[in-house]
Design a protein around this ligand. Structure first.
Ligand SMILES: [Zn+2]
Length: 248
């Protein structure tokens, strides 16, 4: 794989021996590649990512993988709050309001190749290829609702949360019943927590609850062809079932 190594970011520190377990996908929300490079390599900005992929699929290697790049900010996944130490950050030259508002074929093709390479190198499971909005649902929307997650399913990069029958859903529902999960909201929050989401401030805060649901939907529902026929709740329980019983 060919990288462009001419730009380097000074914005990193030590991982403190943490194992790399996650890949976090971002968009820059900047108007073009030049601005993205400037932003991610400028000391005063205090942000960076390991990789930046351009609209024509070129991969800029900005921070050595062995270091802790500063891309996730305040974040959370499966009880871990230092996401930068355990992840590799990939930025895409994309802005929802810019001329670069396409996840181009070349960009996506490079992204897939890069993820596959990282997955193999660090033995990262499919469940751990995440959106920035997964690990920071209260602050971040990237890579956004137009990011084509469905194109990843075919190449088996990400975990397929679908495809179980209704009878299996009953197993989860029976478990909820036996354990006194009386309200739907409680079941939803519990399921999202098991999958990995930060649920610490959702019970008392309606706004945060809605943000969390929005983050989940943009990540897991946009790609469903027949989304009208399946409710959010059904998709989530299906996801939970597969998540608990699938090794990868
Ligand atoms: Zn981001």
């Amino acid at each position: 794989m060919k990288y462009i190594t001419k730009y380097k970011s000074p914005n990193y520190n030590s991982r403190n021996n943490s194992k790399i377990k996650l890949v976090i996908i971002h968009y820059t929300a900047l108007p073009n590649l030049n601005e993205a490079i400037l932003f991610l390599t400028k000391k005063e900005k205090k942000v960076s990512s390991h990789y930046l992929i351009s609209q024509d699929g070129e991969i800029y290697y900005l921070v050595n993988e062995k270091f802790r790049a500063w891309h996730a900010g305040q974040a959370f996944w499966q009880d871990n709050t230092d996401i930068n130490s355990v992840s590799i950050g990939i930025e895409l030259d994309y802005s929802p309001r810019g001329k670069n508002n396409k996840f181009s074929i070349k960009m996506m093709s490079s992204l897939k190749k890069l993820i596959i390479k990282i997955q193999k190198k660090y033995k990262i499971t499919k469940k751990n290829i995440l959106a920035h909005s997964d690990v920071a649902p209260y602050r971040k929307k990237d890579p956004g609702k137009y990011f084509p997650w469905e194109s990843f399913l075919g190449s088996k990069i990400i975990f397929d949360s679908k495809n179980i029958t209704k009878s299996k859903i009953r197993i989860i529902e029976e478990w909820f019943y036996k354990n006194n999960f009386t309200s739907k909201k409680k079941k939803i929050i519990f399921s999202l927590a098991l999958i990995g989401y930060d649920i610490r401030n959702v019970y008392s805060n309606r706004k945060n609850y809605n943000k969390l649901i929005f983050a989940y939907k943009t990540r897991h529902m946009n790609h469903l062809d027949n989304k009208k026929s399946k409710s959010f709740y059904f998709i989530l329980i299906q996801h939970l079932y597969n998540f608990l019983l699938t090794k990868n």
